[in-house]
Design a protein around this ligand. Sequence first.
Ligand SMILES: [Zn+2]
Length: 414
Amino acid sequence: MNYDNIRIGLERQLSDELYKTFEGKIIKKLLNEAQIEPQKENVKSIFEGMNFKISQNLSPKLYSLCQQVQERLGFTDKTDYFIANEPTLNAFSIYRAEESHSHIIVLNSGLVEKLDDDELMFVLGHEIGHLITGNSDLLRIFEFLFTEDNPIPLIFYNKIQLWKKVSELTADRFGYIASPIMDKCVTNFFKLSSGLDTTRIAFSPQEYLAEVENQVVKMQQTKTVQYFDHPVNPVRVKALRLFSESDLFRNYANDDKKYSDAALNTGVQKLCELLYTIDDSEIGVHRKNFIAAGGLIIAGVDEQINEEEMTSILYTLANFTISPQEFLDSIVKSGKVENLFAQSLVAIVKMNPGERFNLFAFLIDIALADDSVNKGEIDLLFTLGVKYFGLTRKEIAQMIAAKIQAGFVPSVFK
Ligand SMILES: [Zn+2]
């Protein structure tokens, strides 16, 4: 079975990129050799034997559900299933540390109690999907690298957040292959989000699906920017529905080898745009161009863009794009840095005049990023400030002075 064809293109691309960026192979080897186990509380309790392991003898029904799901997905890796004594409706998977070990999937007891067999099979398929794609493997690396004291650097933050959300959409596809009943998926999402039993409120999957369609249209119209970790339910349900009705799924179910599905890809791509935390409104695009072009101009005036200046530009850009480095490279390659600078600035000031002070402050930050005040940089700030920002020389001098006073530490080693 070719799993890669089931995956969402964006998820595959982001997974590969992040794995390479974070030297996944090297870190994995280190983690294995150091025998570092995940720090989650409920994982610890598994290793301490506190959780209930699903076995053929003690829980034959659950055991057979797990085996059926593995069979449907053609997944043969050894996997152990546990129930954690937790009322919340949740499940997660842990990628095995070594080939000879088993993967682990943990279902909370609340989940097992509230979901019926078909719904539970969807969740099991979803969790196995995280194992198949290697997403839980990558997550293990991130959990090791980034902690509360050492959070994800901003420069990668947006990309990792997006990857997390899209990997849920991919995992849902595996859930659907394991339990291909759309109504059950819908009740599943409803139970997971509300914690309610569907009979309690006479829930109608059809009504819910119609509601979801409306919500997605509204989100697309208003371009709502999403700040949540998990893809909001409407996007998940809609993405899954597209998959359930797609040629890709039909061909897959009929064991047909035809795997490309342009219509599905386009539909899902449009949905994925709703998952970006990045502001891609008109003014957002101008801001992104301004940061890149303005940063390059100021940092390049002393002929060399050094590491501090580059980092400062990239970190600011990371607020506007998931791939700051690639975006900056594309601006350099375009050869139109100065044009872009002027165009974006004019456009922003037209839309929001007050913003010019913030934009100018960014240029000062870049000039001071390397902890050295350079005559060329200061002269350029004055020229640009007067010509493009409509500032007087006195205002410019005051702004630079205030920045220097606020935090400039001259570098000793030049
Ligand atoms: Zn998941």
